[in-house]
Design a binder for this molecule. Structure first.
Ligand code: GLC
Length: 731
């Protein structure tokens, strides 16, 4: 029977109570929840895996009246037992294949434990490193986040084909072709929408986002996932322009379901429906249920307002029957697409699939491509013959390097920095001294031993950063320096005079200006997952090339935030010669420009930045002098490896409209591609830009590429400093 026919057959047999049951997701494998499933009062569970999930599914299929299977969710965010680098790190690879492969492996391992739905990818645009959930994001840019998010959807849902950043819209739904096949699980783009714009970078805080900014900056990454074929979205906690995102009919019904024609379903975030009372938006749980369903949230996670109040609200005429029926149809459609009626559990994937060598290889490659080299005075790659002292609280921190949302990760399988270097150099050449008990400790009693280790070695690897507990949901920071006494540890080890190769493991950008002069090299490893140690060792020793580029801007000071590359120019942009207000310099009385007096107005490191072990030169960007926007245009530049080693760079294409009916940012990333070249080799990098790449929501809220001059760079990072831009007159 065709899907729609099966849906209508079920709809004709479901009672109102059973329909409302499909709209409720409960958490945990309790007997009470099992009974609710038996009574047909629940359509989904989260946080039940393996045997618990299988038993839930058995009860649903064999003991409930209509035998409708459960969709079983879990936060499989960046891996399951084999943990991949955090999503922010994966975005730093600028390689959608890294995200797709990581999601594919995670789906296989999760499906083996009877999970058929993950609450990922998180594609919130994150411009504020104070926000702990920046770790889960794909960074600050709509183009990069859309590409990485779509690739994760393909990996989880089992796309048959790779996505190209500019894949034709005809690839819509490409990530549904293998849904229901062994190893594929439903994905869930979250948190819809604007969650990352929390005021002050404080989690769950208010967001105020004008519609044009919403559509130009915060919605595109979700549209990318919808176009890829994601089958569910999760509504967010935050209030958006005075209306909570989980009760926001404009974003849910108007944009997602009407404009984008989304045919999957929307699940709320954890109790985000009843939290609309605390928001001061709903008077009570009955009104919260009404607001959520009316706005277009189809399934309520954990809180029970739908289950408790929808029948009465229907009776009172406040809820329309079609709202309930539409929600049930959406959920049944996805359960049918997942094949759950015919095969509620994927027996083909034995539990032994967990953590095989192939999955570790995927995790290692992802970590290799995610690390970003931020400083190197030539100390890297390290080719010494003597001992290496590995010092710091993150040197042997198996749990911490897995990062946030890794509770299913196999900590025992995690290979740390110390383990990676011992494997690469031999245990006898690696001296380990933590220096500090943990990342947040101020206990300096370990400093003498750390200094002694440094003095015995030819070079020092300093493994610093944030423990996993400082990252993720509700873990926001007002100060962004290295926690505890880590900077003092650097000073203590610096006294040894040995080369310091610093590696930072963290879930966000940190302010590192104070340590830069004291280290010879700085490798940003994020929280790199199960195989972080061997990957970091390969990079430090030159067995692999650092290819990562920053997916977020690194500020010099938290006081600069919000600081992101695609900012507006303002009417008084800072002049290039102004670099803060060093002591003793007279403040320029004529300096009426947009900057801080006490810090350089530029970021510490810009979006798109990263070094390798060779150098590259970009030729001038070439494009037609004029072009009709409707036809698009071709843009090209040469890239030459001007160094002595084979290496890779990421050619990044940015545009800037110099004027418009609505002012445009000073840069907008529209395309990117990694280019690998031998020493002396030159390649021609060509990008085809279509109308949608040039368009934006204009002053009258139309999607338009206005007939005005547009600058175009193909460059190595968002400053465009190493590329002469072309200027195209659009017609
Ligand atoms: C959490 C998070 C969300 C997660 C959900 C289920 O509060 O906001 O990202 O998927 O609850 O754990």
């Amino acid at each position: 029977m065709k899907t729609d026919a099966r849906i209508e057959d079920l709809m004709s047999r479901l009672t109102l109570e059973e329909k409302i049951g499909q709209l409720w997701q409960v958490t945990g494998a309790s007997p009470e929840n099992q009974e609710l499933v038996r009574q047909g009062k629940v359509g989904s569970v989260l946080n039940a895996i393996g045997a618990d999930a299988i038993e839930f599914q058995r009860i649903a299929r064999e003991e409930s009246r209509l035998g409708i299977p459960l969709i079983i969710g879990r936060d499989v965010i960046h891996g399951f037992r084999t943990v991949m680098p955090i999503p922010l790190a994966q975005a730093a690879s600028w390689n959608p294949a890294v995200a797709r492969e990581g999601a594919r492996v995670a789906a296989h391992e999760a499906a083996a434990m009877a999970i058929n739905w993950t609450f990922a990818p998180m594609v919130d645009i994150a411009r504020d490193p104070r926000w702990g959930r920046i770790a889960e994001s794909c960074g600050e840019d709509p183009c990069l986040a859309a590409a990485m998010g779509a690739a994760m959807v393909e990996g989880f849902q089992g796309s048959a084909c790779a996505t190209s950043l500019h894949g034709p819209r005809s690839q819509r739904g490409r990530a549904r072709r293998r849904l229901g096949k062994p190893g594929s699980i439903a994905a869930c783009a979250k948190h819809y929408v604007g969650y990352g714009a929390a005021e002050g970078g404080r989690d769950y805080n208010t967001t105020l986002i004008p519609e044009r900014t919403l559509r130009n900056i915060y919605l595109p990454s979700f549209l990318g996932c919808v176009e890829a074929g994601v089958v569910s979205l999760m509504s967010a906690f935050n209030e958006l322009n005075d209306i909570p995102a989980s009760g926001n009919a404009f974003t849910l019904r108007q944009v997602l379901k009407k404009e984008w024609k989304f045919d999957g379903f929307v699940v709320s975030d954890w109790t985000s429906i009843t939290e609309m009372i605390a928001h001061g938006y709903c008077a009570d749980e009955a009104e919260a249920a009404l607001a959520g369903l009316r706005a277009g949230v189809d399934m309520e996670m954990v809180s029970a307002s739908y289950s408790t109040h929808l029948a009465r609200l229907l009776e009172q005429g406040r809820v329309k029957p079609e709202w309930i029926d539409d929600a049930v149809r959406r959920i049944l459609r996805i359960k049918l697409m997942l094949g759950l009626f015919d095969r509620p559990i994927q027996p083909e994937i034995p539990a032994s699939v967990i953590l095989p060598e192939e999955h570790r290889a995927v995790a290692r490659q992802a970590a290799l491509e995610s690390c970003v080299l931020l400083k190197n005075d030539g100390a890297l790659p390290w080719t010494g013959k003597g001992h290496v002292a590995v010092i710091g609280p993150l040197a042997d921190a198996a749990r911490d390097q897995l990062g946030c949302w890794a509770f299913d990760g196999d900590v025992a399988a995690a290979r740390t920095v110390v383990a990676g270097l011992r494997e690469a150099l031999g245990p006898d050449r690696v001296i380990h001294s933590a220096g500090l008990p943990d990342a947040r400790s101020s206990d300096r009693s370990g400093f003498p031993a750390a200094l002694a280790a440094a003095q015995q070695a030819e070079a020092v690897v300093l493994a610093l950063g944030e423990d996993a507990a400082l990252s993720g949901e509700a873990h926001c920071r007002a100060f962004l320096g290295l926690p505890g006494a880590q900077e003092a540890l650097i000073d203590a080890v610096h006294a040894s005079g040995k080369p310091i190769l610093a590696v930072v493991l963290a879930g966000r950008p940190l302010t590192v200006g104070g340590i830069l002069p004291k280290v010879n090299a700085l490798l940003w490893a994020w929280h790199p997952g199960t195989m972080g140690g061997p990957a970091i060792a390969d990079l430090l020793l030159g067995r692999a090339e650092p290819v990562g580029r920053l997916p977020v801007t690194f500020p010099r000071a938290a006081g600069q935030i919000p600081l992101y590359y695609n900012q507006k120019n303002t009417g008084r942009p800072p002049r290039t010669e102004q670099h803060g207000a060093p002591e003793g310099t007279p403040l320029d009385p004529k300096d009426f420009t947009s900057r801080y007096m006490d810090v350089d107005y530029r970021p510490e490191f810009p979006f798109g930045f990263g070094l390798g072990y060779t150098t590259f030169a970009f030729g001038p960007t070439q494009a037609p002098a004029a072009a009709p926007a409707a036809d698009g245009l071709q843009v090209r530049a040469t890239v030459t490896n001007t160094g002595k080693r084979k290496g890779a760079t990421v050619a990044q294409l940015y545009i800037r409209f110099l004027s418009g009916t609505a002012a445009r940012p000073v840069r907008e990333l529209k395309a990117f591609r990694r280019v690998t070249l031998d020493p002396g080799e030159t390649a021609d990098v060509v990008f085809d830009l279509g109308f949608d790449d040039l368009a934006a929501w204009s002053a009258d809220m139309t999607w338009d590429a206005e007939p005005r001059p547009v600058q175009i760079w193909i460059a190595s990072d968002s400053t465009g400093a190493d590329a002469a831009p072309a200027c195209v007159q659009l017609r």
